[in-house]
Each structure stands twice: as C-alpha cells, then as structure tokens.
Design a binder for this molecule. Structure first.
Ligand SMILES: [Fe+2]
Length: 393
C-alpha cells in the first residue's frame, strides 16, 4: 500500500526549457507524427512578436496549422464543445496550446473532447473521470504562473452556477511542454505580477500540503527561491532576461510540485472570487494569502521556517530582508505580502469591490472545494472560512 510519502512522478514525456526553445516547435510536432495541428490561443496573441515568430517557423517547416484564437481568460465551458467540433471538422491530429493558464487548460480538455467522441463534458468534470488519452498536445506557456504545462488539472468557469470546477486526470498531462522564457518578455507588468504571485502560491501551498513528498518538497523550495528572488525584477523590467528566466523556471518547478502535492486552502478560498466576481486567479490567491497562512501556521512552524529561510537565501535580487540562520516562521507571511505590495498586487479583499454581504455564500462555495481543502494542513469548517474572509476584508 502507498503511504503519503510515496513518490509518483507523472509528467509530460518531454519538458523542454530554455531561452529560444520555441524554435523547436516544428520539430516537436513532426516528432509526434502530426501533420495538421491546431494552434489554440487567445485573441491578443496574434498581435505579439512571439506569435509572428512561431507562425513563420511553422510556415518554414511546411506546417499549416488550423488557428483558433478565441480563448478568453477563464473561458466558459460551453466554448469547448464548439471548438471541439471545429477541430474534428478540420481533421486536426494534434493541438498546440500557446498562452496562459486558461489557454493551456482549454487545450488540454479540447484534446480529450476532440478525440473521444463518446465523452461529454458533464462526464469528465471531477477527479479521474477521463477514460483514455486524447489528441497529442504541446503546451507553450506565455505566462510564468499557472504550471498548467505540466499539471493534470484544468479549471473552468461554470457560468450558470457561478463557480469554478476542476477536471483532474493523468490523461490531461500534455505530451510536450516547451517552456521558453522569451515568450514571457512581452507580458504586461500587471500580468507578470499576478501570474507570478500564483506561481509563488503554488510553491508555498504544495510545500505545506499534507500530500507533499520528499521530491515535491525539494521542487517547492527551489521554486520559492527562484520566484521570490526574481519576481520583483521581472515585474519592474520585463526585459530583464535573468529575472524572466528564473521566474519561468520557478513557475515550472512549482507546477511540478503541485502536480504531485496539490494546492490547498488559498486556492479553495480564491476560487469563489473568480467564479462569481471574475477576479484574476493570481489576484484572488494574493488577497487570501495572508489570512489563510496565519490560520495554517499553528503546528506547522517548522515548515513555515523552512519556507521563510528559502526566501532569505536568494542573492542579488533586492528582495532579501535579512540573512539569518534562524528566521521566525511568521516572517514568511511578511515576506510574501511585502513582495505583493512592491509589485502592486492587491492584498486585501476590500481592494476588489466585492460586496461584504457576499462572504457567507463565498464561504459555502469555498467549503465545497474538497479536493483542495483535503490537502490543507489544517481542517476548515464553513465558519472558519467565513472568519478568514472577514479578516481578509
Ligand atoms: Fe493557481
């Protein structure tokens, strides 16, 4: 029987990381045996230099992809069925997801729907409901945040219920992840900031998760050092190559960590802010961060101390507050809030113009996130959650 500390390592067959690695896309498509891929992206992507470069690369290799560029942030789940029909009609044999977390999540599930004709969306929402693998999928993140390029998770907004729900399955893990930090160079400052905070939350939550294992913990710590150490620089100067490189690598490491250990109560309490009020995911996480971390700290001081120490050993980045053999555990909370403030990501619910009377129903919604709350190092009742929301106001 497996114990919580057993390590199950389930990742894409190939993870290609490095500056300029986007150039390998045509080679990776041919390697998968694909001839007619679909390129799935968002509406603003075709205006970027990164997109033009990828398009020329494909043209030079004689690959003519079917383009769908209608994936908005937090796409409605209904769009999947529509695009899946298009993909089938165009007889596409692989998918390339180029964009942030929403685009990559969309592409992963699209691959399943387009290939498995007998499967409907209703049947696959939840954990381990996808019967088999879909079309081959290549993911190319243009943000350093979601970790979707390595994770078995996809999150969607269900408009009628105003909630976000997850689809989790090993069959959602993509075939090839191409993580090229150059693709993040054109990101606007506020998106670098909020997606970077999401990545940092992945590192922290996977580290304190009750399902962490020795490998995921190393990945979480390493991710923390890179993201915490370089995010401020990446936000202040989007062309700072060293910072972009390290934040992209940190985000990848954090994605690998939470793919094993999961995320926890910060994400659970953030989802209702996205589901009902459409607050960007990284911002929603950041406003919940301080008070969830405070709630979780008693009994977990050792983990907090390790995290805080990881944030003080980074060099050359201007973020380091102190250098000490023994950092007080609560300092981890100060460190992350100071960072969020320095890069202008809101840290309090009141900054988001959400009516205070929404708290009871947000607490009910967050309490239903059993998958995430089950990873949290402390139990939470509906009342505990309501109190955290009130403190986070
Ligand atoms: Fe996240």
């Amino acid at each position: 029987m497996m114990s919580k500390k057993d390590i199950v390592f389930n990742y894409p067959s190939k993870v290609v990381f490095g500056e300029g690695k986007a150039k390998e896309l045509p080679h990776r498509i041919l390697e998968l045996g694909a001839k007619r891929p679909a390129l799935i992206t968002g509406p603003t992507m075709p205006k970027t230099q990164a997109f033009s470069q990828i398009k020329s690369l494909l043209e030079a290799a004689g690959i003519e992809p079917f383009l769908f560029n209608g994936v908005e942030p937090e796409p409605p789940i209904e769009l999947l069925q529509e695009v899946s029909d298009l993909i089938k009609k165009e007889r596409c044999d692989a998918l390339i997801g180029l964009g942030g977390g929403s685009t990559m999540d969309f592409t992963k599930v699209l691959g399943v729907l387009a290939e498995l004709g007998d499967v409907t969306l209703d049947q696959i929402v939840g954990i381990n409901k996808i019967p088999r693998k879909g079309l081959p999928v290549i993911l190319m993140p243009t943000t350093a945040g979601s970790g979707s390029e390595v994770s078995p998770v996809a999150i969607f907004t269900f408009k009628e219920e105003n909630v976000k729900k997850g689809i989790v399955s090993p069959h959602l893990v993509c075939d090839v992840a191409i993580v090229d930090p150059v693709l993040t160079w054109e990101l606007p400052r506020h998106i670098t900031a909020s997606t970077g905070m999401d990545a940092l939350v992945h590192a922290i939550e996977s580290f304190i998760s009750i399902n962490a294992n020795p490998l995921s913990k190393e990945l979480s710590l390493s991710a923390t050092k890179k993201i915490y150490g370089f995010l401020k620089r990446a936000v202040h100067d989007g062309k700072d190559r060293e910072a972009r490189y390290n934040v992209a690598l940190g985000s990848l490491l954090a994605g690998m960590a939470f793919s094993m250990a999961g995320t926890a109560a910060v994400h659970a309490l953030a989802y209702p802010l996205g589901g009902e009020f459409h607050i960007p995911h990284g911002v929603a996480n950041t406003v919940m961060l301080r008070h969830v971390l405070e709630y979780n700290m008693p009994g977990n001081e050792k983990l907090y101390r390790e995290m805080a120490e990881a944030m003080t050993v980074v060099g050359g980045n201007g973020n380091v507050s102190c250098q000490s053999d023994s950092v007080e555990p609560f300092r981890v909370i100060d460190f992350v809030i100071e960072l969020a403030e320095a890069i202008d990501v809101p840290t309090q619910l009141r900054d988001l113009e959400i009516p205070k009377d929404a708290i009871p129903r947000m607490a009910e919604a967050a309490f239903k996130e059993k998958r995430l709350l089950g990873n949290n190092p402390k139990r939470l009742s509906v009342d505990d959650i309501r109190i955290i929301y009130e403190k986070a106001w």
